[in-house]
Design a protein around this ligand. Structure first.
Ligand SMILES: CNc1ncnc2c1ncn2[C@@H]1O[C@H](COP(=O)(O)OP(=O)(O)OP(=O)(O)O)[C@@H](O)[C@H]1O
Length: 166
């Protein structure tokens, strides 16, 4: 089971509502799709530390005061494949810059390109960007790699207390 994180930095976008910092992933799992910055936990690291590090490494932003927004489990052919800790934050400093892994872009929350993201994202990300908390389970079938498997079922529970995600 792979343990991963996603971080969704938010800023006030003026009259058009909030913006969220998304990346277009340039390599690896989910290449070519939009997502938040994030990745796999390193040994000895808490999920929150991982989300901060991955955001710094992938897009050059410093994020603080992360709020735990979701706990997602992705199953592939009935086996737990990936657990993903989801965070959001409004404490963001710096200007986003591209890396080998990611092309960053501030996007209005109302214009998130769900048709260019993982098939499950449109089910949970809108709520997360509005401030809700979610626990979800998502079933994929068809073997590795996960990003070529078929999304077949899901189960979501909203407004679950999540603590703050050590
Ligand atoms: C199945 N539905 C899904 N929906 C939304 N997001 C998903 C996801 N499944 C994986 N993710 C995220 O995708 C990133 C993989 O990235 P990451 O771990 O960096 O993979 P990659 O193979 O590039 O690894 P290395 O760069 O070699 O470490 C990581 O944030 C992970 O949480």
């Amino acid at each position: 089971m792979i343990e991963t994180t996603l971080c969704f930095p938010l800023r006030d976008g003026g009259d058009d509502g909030d913006d969220v910092l998304l990346i277009e992933k340039r390599r690896g799992l989910g290449e070519g799709w939009y997502n938040g910055p994030g990745g796999k936990l390193e040994s000895g690291e808490t999920p929150q530390e991982c989300a901060v590090r991955e955001t710094r490494e992938e897009v050059g932003l410093e994020v603080r005061d992360l709020e735990k927004a979701g706990e997602l489990t992705f199953l592939l052919d009935g086996e737990e494949h990936t657990r993903c800790h989801v965070y959001r934050t409004r404490s963001v400093t710096g200007e986003p810059s591209a890396s080998a892994e990611a092309d960053p872009e501030w996007v209005p929350v109302d214009d998130v390109p769900y048709d260019r993201m993982w098939d499950d994202d449109h089910l949970w990300l809108p709520g997360v960007l509005e401030g809700a908390t979610v626990v979800g389970e998502f079933r994929f079938e068809g073997g590795e790699p996960l990003d070529e498997a078929e999304f077949v079922a899901h189960d979501l529970e909203w407004d679950v207390p999540l603590g703050n995600g050590s």
